[in-house]
Design a protein. Structure first.
Length: 310
């Protein structure tokens, strides 16, 4: 297949490149590098089945030749980005999604939208099934990401219903692993960066808020199973192993040997108190569930970050 990945120089996009090239596919990456990094894909430069095009997908997308699948993964996704670059986030998930869908329609390609657990907002239902409509503050700082992803899902379904486009929607829950930005602003790279520098780990609120973290290799497997399935409606992909943020901080300190401890700061606006997917549909439809434990995944991720900082 000839597969186009928007945001392919980002954390998840670059791992998809690895997977598809290893399976013998041709890969085209579109990325404006606003948060993506060339280092994530530079090991593929010169590969006969790999092409990188620096392009902002909020502008019209033209790609010569056939395309069999379009995976729309372009979007900053860190809470830090929500306040630093809110307008580009809104544009890439609205205009960018429209352009990516237009390309898929023109090429008669299958389309996969990278949506997010953020469509559930600060959920009042726990764990979150795909049937839950969410609890989102549209004018809060997180709203630029939450609402633009909700719009992207609506637009994708409209293209499916009106244009009969072959579409898929994955709702991605907290994912971690090598190639995350150390300054990402998300909790795992934050904690690892602080721990490796010998600093106290910052816990917001009392640390009782919960998250569930899926290692990147498991997440990529879920994406691929969904892409090659016949499922049109959204599917949650994420870990069901729930942990408090305070427990996570203590685990990172233990694995890294950091003795600096923990400091507490006020909870940010609209920070979800709980976040865990109901993956019944992924198990039933895709035969998928995560394999890598949090302890093992953190050890791999910490080893990668140590290497980057050495």
């Amino acid at each position: 297949m000839r597969i186009l990945i928007t945001g392919g120089a980002g954390f998840l996009g670059s791992h998809l490149c690895d997977r598809f090239l290893a399976e013998g596919h041709e890969v085209i990456v579109l990325d404006n590098l606003i948060t993506g990094r060339l280092e994530n894909i530079s090991h593929h430069f010169g590969h006969p089945r790999f092409q990188f095009i620096k392009h902002d997908v909020t502008n019209y997308i033209h790609v010569p030749g056939p395309v069999d699948a379009v995976l729309h993964f372009a979007s900053p996704a860190s809470p830090k980005d929500f306040t630093a670059i809110p307008i580009p986030i809104l544009k890439v998930n609205s205009l960018g999604t429209h352009n990516a869908l237009g390309l898929a329609l023109a090429k008669k390609a299958r389309f996969l939208l990278a949506s997010t657990s953020e469509v559930y907002g600060d959920p009042q239902v726990h764990p979150q099934p795909e049937s839950y409509w969410g609890h989102v503050n549209p004018i809060g700082e997180r709203g630029v990401y939450d609402e633009s992803k909700r719009f992207a899902e609506a637009l994708t379904m409209a293209y499916h219903r009106i244009h009969k486009l072959d579409t898929r929607i994955v709702r991605i829950f907290n994912t971690y692993g090598p190639r995350m930005r150390l300054d990402d602003g998300r909790v795992i790279p934050n904690y690892i960066g602080q721990a490796l520098r010998g600093q106290p780990l910052t816990v917001y609120g009392d640390g009782s808020q919960t998250r569930s973290f899926c290692y990147v290799s498991d997440e990529i497997e879920g994406f691929c199973r969904l892409l090659f399935s016949d499922e049109v409606y959204p599917v949650n992909i994420g870990s069901t192993d729930e942990i408090t943020v305070l427990e996570l901080a203590e685990m990172v300190n233990r694995i890294t040997g950091n003795k600096a401890g923990i400091v507490f700061k006020p909870l940010p606006q609209d920070d979800p108190k709980v976040r865990r997917p109901d993956i019944t549909r992924a198990r039933t439809i895709l035969g998928w569930e995560p394999k890598v434990s949090l302890e093992e995944g953190l050890e791999r991720t910490i080893a990668w970050f140590r290497e980057q900082l050495s």
